[in-house]
Design a protein around this ligand. Structure first.
Ligand code: BT5
Length: 325
């Protein structure tokens, strides 16, 4: 208990000296207990100086701990309840478990997932160094509009990656974020609903932050931020920014969704491409002509007919123009 309190105090006063006496008095504990808590923080990788002037935090380890993320988080409700786990099977599974009684905006984060999942129960590789988190949202919208949450999340994370690391992030339909056609982030939105009410949406966001894409199977065409940005990044800042952008996009979801939809379209790498669509029931090729506001992709088949695809996978093919070039 003392450890968490000292951690919070030192993070709030990072870079400034605080006397052991002040800390002990503020928390109603002995100076020896302060010292013990400082020692246990150091053992976890915190750099804390000690001198006659007291203690000064120089750096915190790059862990997505509640106290550290919340200390600089400029949101009203997203991430205000922030649940940190060193390891979980899947943050989406845990978020769904707690969703019925959770506050709107609750975030579940894990440093490592042992059974991370993608769409259609595919595996999602989640080693240390990535950002694996799920946000529980309770929008007052009918279940039929739940796809909006997914679109808002794609736009939000794309904004965060573009703003923080100047990456040219594209959205590949339906919701992969890519850099140079390689996947840097995957999003999985799952809902709990009755016939006409949405109880919750759990938005699972997996970002390959500081990891070596060579450690993932080559066929996955994956990349990471550290690879694209040329070095490790601060994951805490990334989580904060992504949650802030998510709150902003989520706020527009009900009143001005067309703005989010427009941004989604303008960041799309799928539009105007030749694509192969694979759904549960069929496979076909064509040209991606439009992204509709309900998340559907409109594909013009070679026989001229138009197909609306609401769910499935999309492979980007080389365009006829590329082939001529
Ligand atoms: C997705 O599925 O892209 C959604 C991934 C969502 C992951 C987050 S992490 C936090 C939360 N908790 C969870 O358990 N899940 C969410 P999909 O479009 O089906 O892509 C899955 C495919 O991507 C796999 O079949 C692999 O080919 C590939 N893949 C797996 N791990 C990857 C990684 N780390 N980076 C890039 N590609 C990966």
């Amino acid at each position: 208990m003392n450890r968490e309190e000292i951690e919070r105090e030192l993070i709030q006063r990072a870079g400034r000296w605080t006397s052991g006496q002040d800390l002990a008095e503020a928390l109603g504990i002995s100076r020896a207990a302060v010292w013990k808590a400082v020692e246990s923080l150091r053992a976890e990788g915190y750099e804390i100086e000690a001198s006659r002037r007291g203690y000064r935090m120089r750096s915190a380890p790059d862990l997505l701990r509640e106290e550290v993320v919340k200390a600089g988080l400029a949101t009203e409700f997203v991430g205000r309840t922030f649940i940190y786990h060193p390891t979980l099977a899947s943050t989406n599974a845990e978020a769904k478990r707690i969703a019925p009684s959770a506050e709107d905006g609750t975030v579940v984060v894990a440093e490592v997932q042992t059974a991370g999942r993608g769409r259609m129960d595919r595996p999602w590789s989640s080693p240390r160094g990535g950002v694996w988190m799920s946000v529980i949202l309770k929008p007052d919208i009918p279940p039929a509009l739940a796809f909006r949450v997914n679109i808002a999340a794609s736009v939000a994370v794309a904004r965060a990656l573009a703003a923080l690391y100047r990456l040219d992030v594209k959205i590949k339909w339906p919701n992969d974020l890519t850099v140079g056609e390689k996947k840097v982030c995957g999003i999985l939105t799952e809902i709990g609903a009755e016939m006409d009410t949405l109880d919750y949406a759990v938005v699972g966001i997996g970002i390959n932050a500081n990891l070596d894409p060579a450690s993932l199977p080559e066929g996955w065409k994956a990349t990471s931020i550290s690879r694209e940005a040329g070095g490790d990044i601060q994951r805490v800042e990334l989580v904060q920014r992504a949650l802030e952008e998510l709150e902003r996009c989520y706020g527009k979801m009900k009143t001005s969704f067309d703005l989010i939809h427009q941004e989604w379209s303008s960041r799309s790498s799928t539009l105007d491409r030749r694509v192969k669509i694979i759904t549960r029931s069929c496979e076909f090729e064509g040209t991606a002509e439009a992204l509709e506001a309900d998340g559907a992709l409109l594909v013009r088949k070679d026989d001229g007919s138009m197909e609306r695809v609401l769910a499935g996978d999309c492979v980007h093919l080389r365009s006829a123009m590329d082939e001529e070039a």
